[in-house]
Design a protein around this ligand. Structure first.
Ligand SMILES: [Zn+2]
Length: 364
């Protein structure tokens, strides 16, 4: 039980909930309170309808229908998802409501089937939302409409401290066999097309109410984030590299806070199936100026047999010590292990003074 929303509360609640809305001129003066001598309120819930028409604003706000003077709702929800506020007073939308259902709405309990023997006047205490839809089972509630419908109901529930149990459909309260709201919905959040049901609708309102008012339902499947293994290897000590011999670098130092990563299979630095990218920094001592050390990645099977050589990079001796950086980017099949091998083409033995390999590896 609560006092009906004031115009300021309407605006603030809809804005906070992200409901796009406009205000029909005179809406804060519009209502059947004076004409009936019955003031609207206290309020107990929200009754949802479909218009069973098109372009229904005039009918709902100012024209009414034979035997039913306007306004016919507090708000109209257009196909584009915009809510038009048409009245903040008493509106002719609910008609007689089965008392047993009404009491369940007040108590926010599951709604029973209508007992038609006792009724109350739903226009006394229920907000009415008319959602523009022909109601022929063919006309589709747009995504924008359904999203705004959920937000509109949640906004009023949040304002009054209600749960989703305060949101009802005309077909649940009517003793006259009203069928609304019903029909196909284009989609909502991650859901594609579905048929409108009040049970699903209340679940969607409940989900909204479990979040902040500015929440929006996710609309796309989240791509799982895959964190690559971080591989960071080096040499504890330099080693000598004799001429004319392919020699795999035996990494002996690992700087890796993921100890079960791909790096423990030295001299292999990554094990397939995986893809990886990184670089290898090398420093040589004793390599004559202009002499060459070749660097290549080679694939081995688990038994240590060489299966595949990759193209060669060359590092050329420079005065004062030789430095080189080799890029490492490859895809490695299952059961393969990748090693880095060096070939000293110079005449003299040299020292591999340092080798630092840094890579990110994604297991496949
Ligand atoms: Zn209705």
């Amino acid at each position: 039980m609560a006092d009906p929303a004031t115009p300021g509360q309407w605006r603030a609640a809809l804005k906070a909930e992200g409901v796009p809305f406009t205000e029909l001129a005179g809406w804060t003066e519009r209502g059947r309170d004076t004409a009936t001598g019955k003031a609207f309120g206290p309020v107990h819930g929200i009754l949802n309808h479909h218009t069973a028409g098109v372009d229904s604003l005039r009918v709902i706000a100012t024209a009414g229908v034979p035997g039913l003077p306007p306004p016919l709702a507090h708000a109209l929800l257009r196909k584009d998802g915009v809510v038009v506020l048409v009245a903040d007073g008493r509106a002719n939308h609910a008609g007689p409501v089965a008392e047993n259902v009404f009491l369940a709405i007040v108590a926010e309990k599951p709604l029973p089937k209508q007992d038609k023997t006792r009724t109350v006047d739903g226009n006394d205490s229920l907000y009415g939302l008319e959602v523009e839809n022909r109601g022929d089972g063919e006309d589709v509630y747009t995504r924008a409409q359904y999203d705004s419908m959920v937000r509109f109901n949640a906004a009023l529930c949040r304002l009054h401290g209600w749960s989703e149990g305060s949101a009802a459909g005309h077909l649940e309260t009517s003793v006259e066999g009203k069928p609304d709201p019903a029909g196909p919905v284009a989609g909502y959040g991650r859901r594609g097309r579905f048929l409108f049901t009040m049970a699903q609708f209340r679940r969607d309102v409940a989900e909204r109410l479990s979040h902040q008012a500015n929440w929006s339902p996710p609309t796309t499947q989240e791509t799982p984030t895959v964190t690559p293994d971080y591989v960071n290897l080096g040499l504890a000590h330099g080693f000598q590299l004799a001429p004319d011999l392919w020699d795999a670098i035996e990494f002996t130092t690992e700087w890796n806070d993921e100890p079960d990563g791909h790096a423990l299979n030295s001299p292999s630095f990554v094990k397939g199936a995986a893809r990886f990218t990184g670089s290898l920094s090398l420093r040589f001592e004793g390599l004559a100026v202009g002499e060459v050390v070749q660097v290549r990645m080679s694939e081995y099977d688990d038994a240590g047999n060489l299966k595949l050589d990759h193209p060669i990079h060359e590092i050329i001796g420079t005065p004062g010590g030789t430095y080189g950086v080799v890029p490492l980017t490859k895809r490695l099949a299952a059961g393969r292990n990748m090693r880095v091998r060096l070939m000293n083409l110079g005449a003299e033995e040299i020292e591999v003074a340092s080798a630092v390999l840094t890579a990110l590896a994604w297991a496949e």
